[in-house]
Design a binder for this molecule. Structure first.
Ligand code: HEC
Ligand code: HEC
Length: 346
């Protein structure tokens, strides 16, 4: 009871109840994912999620209104773009591959390949002003938003603001973050098998056993140590030998080391989720591996040697059948309902 003591008089004072739109909603959390507690700093509301979705799909966030968030994060590709390296306004190439946005509500060890952003609310500020992405600035974007009555209304519904002048970049980012938290992928064949509702084919089962080092007769590929279910990432920062890194000072993309300033972390990147991996080619932070077969060949070879390459990355001795089996298993992580969701945007 004591908890409400503060709020009730406050509501009387303001003479209002929250509008139905601003009532918080809870995230549909898959039973087999870690339970998230309700976010008190940016509580989810129907109106906030709807506004975030609108912003995510709207090219007015970019300098010349040519690209939206969705241009590089396409729902049908599990929110990736099919390109090795993302391309922004004026064909400006960035440095890295666009990652999936599935299950980011559970990512809590840093966003981006190098983990430089602590949460979705801060991450969403970056693309708008990134010269390799939307190449705009928030002042421009905010003045555009304030001029559109539909957006003014949407911000009022989501955040109870009283005038268009109160629309700011942090509210826009909060709405985008709310929308992103609803992008949950947990209904693949893998999940059905886990629940006992489906069975792997013999090839998929072989791949699963190799992935999780689960059979004495088959090689141990170590995959499951880093790509741990249910998210298929343990969210650590690892050098998996994909780039040349024998000299840690000469490394092309320093990744985690570029953020932490720790030399030994140069060339480390966040272990990416493998959910919907069959839909998100090309692969790795630099998009250097075009297919799943190429990824398996990379791991089988042991990759480029380097002082901080993880010891689990080593020649695996996989047969052709083992490789096919691993690819077949990875394909069971595709969640068709997730990628076929249609987003209605006015
Ligand atoms: C030009 C293509 C492009 C556009 C436009 C773009 N992104 Fe991205 N996005 C990327 C790339 C590339 C990365 C990875 C960059 C890195 O790690 O340094 C990324 C990373 C992210 C991440 C981090 C995901 C993770 O797993 O850590 C989020 C979240 C995200 N983008 C959301 C957005 C939002 C929201 C917008 C619009 C405001 C947007 N993106 C616009 C290309 C794009
Ligand atoms: C020691 C930890 C580790 C092990 C073991 C490991 N991975 Fe990875 N995996 C990573 C990291 C880190 C990346 C991202 C590296 C980068 O982009 O520089 C990655 C990337 C990938 C990607 C590309 C994902 C994307 O979105 O681009 C696939 C696919 C993949 N791994 C599959 C596997 C498979 C299959 C195995 C077992 C044969 C495996 N991994 C073993 C750490 C690991």
């Amino acid at each position: 009871m004591k908890k409400y003591g503060l709020y009730i008089p406050l509501l009387f004072l303001l003479g209002c109840h929250p509008a139905p739109e601003t009532e918080t909603v809870s995230l549909r959390q898959p039973a087999h994912f870690v339970k998230l507690t309700a976010d008190t700093l940016n509580p989810l509301t129907e109106a906030g999620i709807a506004l975030g979705q609108q912003l995510f799909f709207d090219p007015i966030l970019s300098r010349d209104s040519s690209i939206a968030c969705v241009s590089c994060h396409l729902p049908e590709r599990a929110f990736t773009d099919g390109k090795a390296i993302a391309v922004g306004v004026d064909g400006e190439k960035g440095f890295r591959n666009a990652p999936t946005l599935a299950n980011l509500a559970w990512v809590n060890q840093g966003l981006f390949w190098d983990g430089r952003s602590p949460n979705l609310e801060l991450q969403a500020l970056d693309p708008v002003e990134n010269p390799h992405e939307m190449d705009s600035d928030w002042d421009t974007v905010l003045s555009r938003l304030r001029q559109q009555p539909a957006y003014v209304k949407a911000f009022q519904d989501a955040f109870s603001i009283r005038s268009p002048a109160q629309i700011d970049k942090h509210l826009a980012a909060r709405a985008i973050a709310q929308f992103e938290r609803t992008l949950i992928s947990s209904e693949s064949k893998y999940d059905s098998v886990q629940r006992g509702e489906a069975q792997f084919s013999p090839l998929e089962q072989r791949g699963r056993d190799i992935f999780f080092d689960a059979s004495a007769e088959l090689p141990d590929a170590e995959c499951g140590h880093c790509h741990t279910p249910p998210l298929f990432t343990d969210q650590t920062y690892i050098n998996n030998g994909v780039q040349v890194s024998h000299d840690l000072d000469a490394i092309k993309d320093r990744g985690r080391g570029g953020v932490s300033g720790i030399r030994y972390e140069n060339g480390r990147f966040r272990v990416p989720s493998l959910r919907n991996i069959a839909l998100t080619a090309p692969y790795m932070h630099d998009g250097s591996l075009p297919t799943l077969e190429a990824v398996i060949d990379h791991y089988d070879s042991g990759g480029h040697a380097g002082p901080n390459v993880d010891p689990k990355i080593r020649p695996l001795g996989l047969s052709e059948l083992d490789k096919q089996a691993l690819v077949a298993f990875l394909r069971t992580l595709t969640d068709s309902a997730f990628v076929e969701t249609e987003y209605l945007v006015q």
